[in-house]
Structures are given as structure tokens and as C-alpha cells.
Write a protein that binds this ligand. Structure first.
Ligand SMILES: Cc1cc2nc3c(=O)[nH]c(=O)nc-3n(C[C@H](O)[C@H](O)[C@H](O)COP(=O)(O)OP(=O)(O)OC[C@H]3O[C@@H](n4cnc5c(N)ncnc54)[C@H](O)[C@@H]3O)c2cc1C
Length: 457
């Protein structure tokens, strides 16, 4: 980095919050995907004014800037693929206001998801998206990727809760979007434009989120199926039965086998397992919803249904679901975790199609995911030292993208495009759609300095 720019950056953030130490730059070159590229330097701003000053300097000198939360992204979106500057938002981590009568919270982007959960707990409220990385990922990262989680079927994703944003644009101007109201249709919905924009349109510096009253009662159950199509049909039937479960997760036979053989968990041999949870504000409400779901399971030929009799039993069912990914990852040195989504009624076709593609490519795989919102995570295991297997795994991933989009679905339900899925954008988006996205990028960042090289923009 040029000396004069370095001096200006240090003037803005102070010497402790500027770094070009190799150990830091190596850390900033990764996220949780397989991508990496080293930046020239990194800054850790502590205020919106600092972010604006940094962006003005970057704009004048055409320096690429990649905003970064906790670096837990699974698509390479925080990897500074064109070098330049990483802007680490972790120090902007204050919860500014919890306004229960207004059902909202105002906070800086570096707040960790779990810290927000802890802060809301005493009020009996929560921010529902609940990504599995919640212990470490930031709310800024959640907004920038429109993160989701296991409660998506009932509670939706991050986008459904973002009311207003403060964003620093590429040239350093400060934009305020949205309103602190439950409703607003005033002008274009700029809040939605920046939500899920993966740091390519602006740096988010303040977030206003809608929050929800926390349910007081829960019921958990599992069902085993000897036919994948029956399990898929049960999902679809539940979602139009009048009951919306808070969780509806599916695990395929390979996932169950891996848990049994590698994880030492006594799982029955089945083609699929569904794990579900209902919630409500009274025990009766949660229990009666679960009774209805169990009826649907039985109608769809579930051969074993197990309702958790206690909180401890429910937690042990959860541990099984949460360990699938890490247990499966032990099968090979590397894996690709995808997150295609399809309309709920097409889940059986997606599950069967993924099995067919991975089997044809001779790739070990497991399938699990959020069946209730059609977002499925096939995990393909491979050895990167074997070029033929690596090629097959990438072809299998592309086949899965084509399958999902052909079923009316999407490349990504929650992990985002970043670098990993950028080459596949044309599978889902028409030329007109990509032209419009590029026009938006051009209007807001004509010098292409904000997170360049992402989303095929
Ligand atoms: C074990 C594990 C489990 C996961 N489970 C889930 C899950 O259940 N659901 C899910 O959706 N994701 C999941 N993820 C992916 C990841 O945690 C989410 O995408 C999360 O939202 C990323 O947050 P982060 O703070 O780590 O952001 P980063 O990875 O640092 O950044 C992600 C993107 O956001 C941009 N960004 C970050 N902060 C800002 C800002 N202030 N302004 C503008 N742009 C910004 C970055 O430039 C980048 O494009 C998981 C990841 C792991 C490793």
C-alpha cells in the first residue's frame, strides 16, 4: 500500500486499527468457503464517520474495499479477491436501543447474532432468523447475505425483519433507508436492495430490526420414512395443513447412515427422517399443532414417530441434526456444501434428483436441510488431491444448480452468491435480469471499488 494512503488511513482509524501485518492479512484472506486472496491492508473503523472517510479516500484513489463481518460466509463473499482494503466491522458492535413498545432494535453491524439474542432474552423477544453460525456471525453479515436458518418456514429470513439501514456509499456519502415503522411504502424499497447485496453496493453502518415476542412452549418430534417421496409429500402436506411448524428439517438415508456408522448414534435404517418442532404461547397450542403434524406423518406412511417427552429428549434430537454436517465432513478431506432452494411442492423431486446426480458422479454425499422452506443442503465429499474426483464434484454441483433452477428454484436459499456461485448466475438469471443488476451496481459504484469481483457484476 502506498505510504501516503497508509498515513491517511491511520489518521482516520488510529494506528491500532490499521494493519498490514502478514498474520492479519492471511486471516483476512479467507472466509468459511474454499476461496482465498490476500488484501494489501485492513482497517477496523469504530464509527460511521470513519467508514465515510475511508470510503472517500478509497473512491479518490480507486482502492477496492471489501466489508467484513465475522468471515463465516460460505460463498467467498468476504474474500478480497481484488486485493485492496478489508474493512473489518467487528468494532462497530454496540446495541444502540431496544425499543420494546415499537417492536424494534437499533444496532451497529458488528454485533454478534448470539449477543443480540442474549440482550433480547430478558424482554421475552427475539430476532428469529437463527443461522447455525449464530455464535460468531455478525448482524451486518446477516443483513448483507440475507441470512436464514432452521426457523425459516414459520419466521422467514433476515430480510423480513430489516426496517431501516444506514449505509455508506462507494463515494463516502451516507444514505438512510426505510423507517422505524412496522409499515412504510415511501419511495423505492432501498432497504431491500441493500439487504443481501453482499457488500457490493455500500457499507452498512446502522441497522433497525423488527423483533418478535419469543414463543413460550415448544414440541419436538421425528418421523422415519422408508420412501423419500413419502417424506417429501409429508413436508408439502404439513405446509398446507393449516399448521406452520417452527422447524421442519429433513435428513436423507446417507445422513442417517453416516450418523450411525461414523457418529456412533443408533439411527434406524430409513430412506429419510424428518425432525419437526412446533411452538406457541401456551403448551396446548404447541401440542395441538404437533398432533396435527403427527397425523400427516402417519398418513404419509411414516414407520416410526417419536415425540420428545422432555426438554432433554428434544435437545438430544437436536444434537443429532446439528452433528450431521461435521460427522459427514470426516468422510473425505474436503466437501462442498450447497444450499439450493425450490418451491415446497418440488422438494421430493429435488431430493431424488440430487441423489441421482451424486450417485451417477460417484461422489459420497449426504442431504439435509430446511424442508419447510424448500432450502436443502446437499453436502458432497471429495479429495482435492484427486483431480478427477474434484472435477466430478464440480460437475455434480452444477448439475444440482441446474436441477433446482429447472424446478423453479434458486441457486442459493441463504448462503449467497459471492465467488463460489458467481459462474452459475446465468443458470438462474436472464440477460435482462443481469443487465438490471449491473445497472444498479454501475449507478451506485461506477468505479467498482466495493467488493469487486463478486456476484458476476
Ligand atoms: C458453521 C456455519 C454454519 C452456517 N449456517 C448458516 C445458516 O444456518 N444460515 C445462513 O444463512 N448462513 C449460514 N452460514 C453462513 C454465514 O454464517 C452467514 O452468511 C452469515 O450471515 C455471515 O455473517 P458474517 O458476519 O460472518 O459475514 P462475512 O462472512 O464476514 O461477510 C459476508 C458478506 O457480507 C458482507 N458484509 C459483512 N458486513 C457488512 C457490512 N457491515 N456492510 C456491508 N457488507 C457487509 C461481506 O462483504 C460479505 O459479502 C453458516 C456458516 C458456517 C461457517
Amino acid at each position: 500500500m502506498e505510504e501516503n494512503i497508509k498515513k491517511e488511513l491511520i489518521k482516520i482509524v488510529g494506528p491500532d486499527n490499521f494493519t498490514e501485518a502478514l498474520i492479519d492479512l492471511v486471516s483476512y484472506s479467507y472466509d468459511a468457503s474454499a476461496n482465498d486472496h490476500r488484501p494489501l491492508a485492513a482497517v477496523r473503523p469504530t464509527s460511521t464517520v470513519q467508514v465515510a472517510d475511508i470510503m472517500r479516500l478509497a473512491w479518490e484513489n480507486e482502492i477496492p474495499v471489501t466489508p467484513r463481518g465475522a468471515g463465516t460466509g460460505l460463498a467467498g463473499a468476504a474474500v478480497p479477491v481484488q486485493g485492496g482494503l478489508v474493512m473489518d466491522m467487528a468494532l462497530m458492535n454496540r446495541i444502540i436501543a431496544i425499543r420494546i413498545p415499537d417492536r424494534l432494535v437499533v444496532l451497529e453491524p458488528g454485533v454478534v447474532y448470539e449477543d443480540l439474542e442474549k440482550a433480547l432474552l430478558p424482554y421475552g423477544f427475539f430476532f428469529p432468523p437463527d443461522p447455525a453460525s449464530g455464535k460468531v456471525c455478525t448482524i451486518g453479515g446477516n443483513v448483507a447475505t440475507n441470512a436464514g436458518g432452521i426457523r425459516g418456514a414459520k419466521y422467514g429470513v433476515t430480510r423480513d425483519y430489516v426496517l431501516a439501514l444506514e449505509v455508506v456509499l462507494a463515494d463516502g456519502r451516507i444514505l438512510k433507508t426505510g423507517a422505524s415503522c412496522m409499515k412504510s411504502v415511501s419511495g423505492y424499497d432501498l432497504t431491500r436492495l441493500f439487504t443481501g447485496s453482499e457488500g457490493t453496493l455500500g457499507v452498512i453502518t446502522l441497522i433497525t430490526l423488527k423483533i418478535s415476542p419469543r414463543p413460550l412452549a415448544e414440541r419436538t418430534a421425528t418421523a422415519m420414512f422408508s420412501d423419500l417421496t413419502d417424506a417429501g409429500r409429508a413436508v408439502s402436506d404439513i405446509m398446507h395443513s393449516g399448521v406452520i411448524p417452527s422447524v421442519l428439517e429433513v435428513l436423507d438415508e446417507n445422513a442417517l447412515k453416516v450418523l450411525r456408522e461414523q457418529g456412533g448414534i443408533p439411527m434406524p435404517a430409513a430412506r429419510a427422517m424428518i425432525l419437526t418442532e412446533t411452538d406457541g404461547y401456551t403448551e396446548t397450542e404447541a401440542a395441538s399443532q404437533m398432533d396435527k403434524i403427527v397425523e400427516v406423518f402417519k398418513k404419509n406412511r411414516a414407520f416410526a414417530v417419536n415425540k420428545a417427552g422432555s426438554k432433554a429428549e428434544a435437545q438430544s434430537l437436536w444434537r443429532i441434526r446439528k452433528s450431521v454436517g461435521s460427522v459427514a465432513a470426516k468422510l473425505r478431506p474436503a466437501n462442498i456444501s450447497e444450499d439450493v432452494a425450490v418451491p415446497i411442492s418440488r422438494v421430493p423431486d429435488l431430493l431424488n434428483g440430487i441423489s441421482r446426480i451424486a450417485t451417477e458422479m460417484e461422489i459420497p454425499f449426504v442431504i439435509f436441510g430446511h424442508a419447510g422452506d424448500g432450502n436443502i443442503h446437499p453436502r458432497l465429499m471429495y479429495d482435492p488431491a484427486d483431480p478427477k474426483q474434484t472435477d466430478r464434484v464440480h460437475r455434480a454441483a452444477e448439475g444440482i444448480f441446474r436441477l433446482a433452477c429447472g424446478l423453479g428454484g434458486t441457486l442459493t436459499g441463504e448462503h449467497g452468491i459471492g465467488l463460489s456461485k458467481a459462474p452459475y448466475m446465468e443458470i438462474e438469471h436472464s440477460r435482462v435480469s443481469l443487465d438490471v443488476m449491473r445497472a444498479v451496481k454501475q449507478a451506485l459504484d461506477p468505479k467498482n471499488i466495493l467488493n469487486p469481483g463478486k456476484m458476476r457484476l
